[in-house]
Write a protein that binds this ligand. Structure first.
Ligand SMILES: [Zn+2]
Length: 259
């Protein structure tokens, strides 16, 4: 089970429940863009899922697109009128993405929720380091973005690994392994074999948000669902659930879209 990014909006119920394997739709006649305003068209990525009960919309921050998941029986044409009623929501979400932090010299990005200024030091010996709320980056300017991302990803591996071990020891819930990934839509997930995946982008979020996400995925080791028993366990493991959900709803998509 997974913790979806909060830029998700389920609605429009499907009528029937025909079972088909989840797949990405490639229907020639399906509209591939939605026009939000004159001269403002956004790509649509269609997906079909036999498990989906309703049409759901999600913003794909890396592709700057709308992902639409359709329940088995519905076609893109069926969903299009509904999608058009959601133009305002899509526009608002995409506008939030444009405020996403950028990994460029002179820009500020959060680490642990605290703003850090990216400072280019072309002649420095060591690659990337953090000092006094600044991220120093050596080397040529064109690689600053990649070097900062690589640095944060490694930093995330260390910090999230440590925090996961601490919470696992305290709770007795032990994952079989931790994968640090870059996903455009999810902060974390937990497989039935006990593998936990966390997004490296969590390193940009405040510690309380990381604590909640880790508790959420650990709780899935006992409950592979979002039942009341699951949420009761989450609340036992962390005091931060509601504040963290609220924080992710408002700031999450900017972090997922940071590049
Ligand atoms: Zn979950």
């Amino acid at each position: 089970m997974s913790a979806p990014a909060r830029a998700e909006k389920p609605t429009l119920l499907s009528q029937r429940g025909v079972s088909t394997a989840p797949r990405i739709l490639t229907v020639d006649s399906a509209p591939d863009v939605i026009e939000l305003a004159p001269d403002c068209r956004v790509p649509i990525l269609w997906k079909q899922s036999s498990r989906a009960r309703r049409v759901s919309l999600r913003i794909d921050p890396l592709r700057q697109a709308v992902t639409v998941t359709l329940p088995g029986p519905l076609t893109p044409q069926d969903a299009m009128p509904f999608l058009k009623t959601q133009r305002h929501w899509i526009t608002k979400r995409l506008a939030a993405l444009h405020n996403a932090p950028a990994f460029l010299a002179g820009r500020t990005i959060p680490v642990g929720g605290i703003p850090h200024l990216i400072v280019h030091q072309p002649a420095a010996r060591s690659g990337v380091w953090i000092e006094a709320q600044q991220i120093f980056v050596s080397g040529t300017e064109e690689f600053i973005g990649r070097r900062v991302r690589d640095f944060l990803r490694n930093h995330a591996r260390t910090v999230l690994g440590q925090e996961l071990r601490t919470q696992a020891q305290a709770t007795g819930l032990r994952p079989t392994r931790l994968d640090i990934r870059d996903t455009s839509s999810r902060w974390g997930s937990c497989s039935s074999s006990g593998r936990i995946m966390l997004s490296w982008r969590l390193i940009m979020a405040p510690a309380s948000v990381r604590h909640y996400l880790i508790a959420h995925e650990l709780a899935h080791l006992r409950h592979m669902n979002h039942s009341p028993a699951f949420w009761a366990l989450v609340d036992q493991l962390t005091p931060h659930r509601h504040a963290a959900e609220h924080w992710l709803k408002h700031h999450g998509s900017a972090l997922l879209g940071a590049r």
